[in-house]
Design a protein around this ligand. Sequence first.
Ligand code: PMP
Length: 390
Amino acid sequence: LAVHKTPPSELLAKLRLPVKTLTGPGPTNCSKRVLQALQNQVLGNLHAEICQLLDEIKAGLQYVFQTKNRLTLAISASGHSGMEACLGNLLEPGETVVIVKCGIWGERANDIAHRIGACVELIETDHDQAVTLEQLETSLKLHRPVAVFIVHAESSTGLKQPLEGIGDLVHKYNALLIVDTVASLGGEPFFMDSWGVDATFSCSQKALGAPSGLSPVSFSPRAEEKLFRRKTKPFSFYWDMTVLGVYWKCFGNEERVYHHTVSATLLYGLREALAEIAEEGLPSSWLRHAAAAARLRDGLKLRGLRCYVKIPRYQLSTITSIELPPGVDEKIIVRRAMDRYKVDISPGLGPTKGKILRVGLLGSNAASKTVDLVLRALDDGFKQASRSKL
Ligand code: PMP
């Protein structure tokens, strides 16, 4: 039997990590309060203190989602798990789903829905354009889906999908509305109940300001009803909302039952991140994100740079995409920002690769001083990129 005789020397060195300003599309930096919370000792997943934390987190998530839904909880994994949970619980093999694809996240939902065995009908838009109610109605009439999937904040392009009116339209055709709020929750106005959203999922590491590893989800009574009348079990036990809901005590006075071992430390971090939003007030958090994005857009305009998304009501506050002027190598800018300023600026992703830079001003980074630092790093990066062309 081959056994390593000596322990790996890499692990005998002290762990040392730099502090960076995370202004890509996520994750973002955690506040001191969140980092301190993460240092608490682990507790068991059915201990009274953890059960109380689960209730507090549920209340915080109902607040940030603006919902009264009882089936509201955080799944133990990053945002993708919420996407799989929403699609996997609400679609059965052979059922039709309409997916609005404005960028890579609609495409990812397409991939997952196919794995579930659903029939997918795509509505594709230009990458800087949201879907209109008319386009959606045409597809609903034609395909009669059981669900519609739409991304609120397309982080690959910086596009915001206005959601007003979509819930009513989807319900007129007896379908459920699933919304990806991974890149918007806490940073953009979102009203789950009054917008008629039936299922939504998000992440902990963007505008909420916690580390990644938890995916907040919420299901409306209409979505819950679908869960309990499924003919087949959802493909994944881990994401099964009917059993997860029992652990999170969502269905009434049932006794909590072990489902999986939650990360106690991640719960501490998310609890404190939600507490910070509760103390600030959700509308103030939305305004702060909007003000930071406006400051960045003003700075870009002064420098002759253009946003990739031109129509203001489609521009996200959380993530701004900057059009790359012809001939500029974005890799030089990204590298310079990191090397000189420890500032994380992201290139495009998928269809926007080589066309844009992306700046995320999320959570505690939605602040003037972070915007000014990003602009300084961009100035230097663009200078460097034009020098390299000479
Ligand atoms: N949806 C959107 C809109 C996203 O921006 C992301 C992450 N960038 C995801 C889903 C996937 O989330 P995660 O990386 O946390 O799994």
